[in-house]
Design a protein around this ligand. Structure first.
Ligand code: NAD
Ligand code: MG
Length: 395
């Protein structure tokens, strides 16, 4: 049986890797809908190749641009829609079986939640969904019977090495979950040089090819902090059973420690097509195009403990996870604003953690029990973060 797919964020790094895997298995998959934002020419190219029923952009101007590109091929029947409701519609449509959630940031939350309400199989790359709305999202999925498969490489690794019955970690003899982190490009940079780090340096990840936002998150290690919160919700794992270890080679993608002393790890060449193919192919293993791991050329696998002075964002995220409620939503919103300001050259690299800390010290009203409440909280935290950015911005 072919599986019909919606890919939210198809023009991004995860979106293009997903289409690369899909193209290797035309008998297994058909594309129902794609979505993009500013790269309308790239989205049109994808429509020409994969012939989806729908393509969705964020706004009307982008939709007009996409229609112009698509007019170049009279045979392309893809209908163009735009806006948040259209994204929710393609995620929840009866014609789609699986939804790849690969929009970056909290913008991915409404359509991913719509897929959860509709009981879809969700291939979850958009970690911000779980950071912002972990409790609501997991409850919604449990009620509808939506199946969540983690695409994030660490969570995918953990999923692979946990016992098949994932319900209760303790009953299964799981002692802790160990997330590995590369440490990013500044693992050995002198701390005195941190304020002068440029966006170009920050987005150059040593092992992974990723979008700009997650690349900066990796450099501050906020990414690992967001992933701790993601693991907390996905695996129902208490904060004190989550460990982080730096592993600069990014070969061991994460591990699970068991009561008998065993530690199970998943390894592979760092390429997101492996976790994507794992999720899309389940229960079978399918080809992904990823080169085999060559043990002969691996010089060493090393591990070290992260230093909170170098990576204050990791500690802030850990504190937000322990605080729970709406605090992770505030953490995420403040981080999104700070990272965008850093990428735009408005603030320094070290101001990212300052902005997040400032917002975590504020009191915001807004309930984390509903999507509306969370969006209010997210908006209030964004305003506070923007005000702080304006204060510290280069004069
Ligand atoms: P990216 O920036 O390369 O792509 C983001 C996609 O989202 C693009 O298609 C873009 O058009 C779309 N988009 C951006 N803003 C939007 C908006 N406001 N409304 C609608 N669409 C919008 O990002 P990425 O690296 O592919 O990451 C996507 C998600 O996957 C993130 O949540 C990231 O944390 C997660 N993730 C990425 C990787 C990776 O290797 N790239 C690994 C693990 C998890
Ligand atoms: Mg990851």
């Amino acid at each position: 049986m072919t599986q019909s797919l919606t890919i939210l964020g198809s023009t991004g790094s995860i979106g293009t890797s997903t289409l690369d895997v899909v193209a290797r298995h035309p008998e297994r998959f058909r594309i129902f809908a794609l979505s993009g934002h500013s790269q309308t020419a790239k989205l049109a190219e994808q429509c020409f190749i994969f012939r989806p029923q729908y393509a969705v952009t964020a706004n009307e101007a982008q939709a007009a641009e996409l229609r112009t590109h698509l007019a170049a091929a009279a045979s392309c029947q893809t209908a163009v829609l735009h806006g948040e409701q259209a994204l929710c519609d393609i995620a929840a449509a009866p014609e789609t079986d699986g939804v790849m959630a690969a929009i970056v940031g909290a913008a991915g939350l409404p359509p991913t939640l719509a897929a959860a309400r509709a009981g879809k199989t969700i291939y979850l790359a958009n970690k911000e969904t779980l950071v912002v709305s972990g409790s609501l999202f997991m409850q919604t999925a449990a009620q509808s019977g939506a199946h969540i498969l983690p695409v994030d490489s660490e969570h995918n690794a953990i999923y692979q090495v946990l016992p098949p019955e994932k319900g209760c970690l303790k009953q299964n003899g799981v002692q802790s979950i160990i997330l590995t982190a590369s440490g990013g490009p500044f693992l050995h940079t002198d701390l005195a040089d941190f304020p002068a780090i440029t966006p170009e340096q920050a987005v150059k990840h040593p092992n992974w090819q990723m979008g700009r936002k997650i690349s900066v998150d990796s450099a501050t290690m906020m990414n690992k902090g967001l992933e701790l919160i993601e693991a907390h919700w996905l695996f129902n794992c208490p904060p004190d059973k989550l460990e982080t270890v730096i592993h600069p080679q990014s070969v061991v993608h994460s591990m699970v420690r068991y009561a008998d002393g065993s530690v199970l790890a998943q390894m592979g060449t760092p390429d997101m097509r492996t976790p994507i193919a794992y999720c899309l192919g389940l229960p079978e293993r399918i080809a992904s195009g990823v080169p085999p791991l060559d043990f002969a050329t691996l010089s060493a696998l090393t591990f070290e403990t992260p230093d909170y002075r170098r990576f204050p964002c990791l500690e802030l995220a850990y504190q937000a996870m322990q605080a729970g409620g709406g605090v992770p939503c505030v953490l995420n919103a403040a981080n999104e604003i700070a990272v965008a300001a850093f990428l735009a050259g408005r603030i320094r690299f070290t101001d990212i953690a300052r902005t997040v800390r400032h917002c975590l010290e504020q009191d915001f009203s807004g309930s984390h029990h509903s999507l509306e409440g969370l969006l209010d909280l997210d908006a209030a935290a964004r305003r506070a973060a923007e005000a702080f950015v304006q204060q510290v911005a280069h004069r």
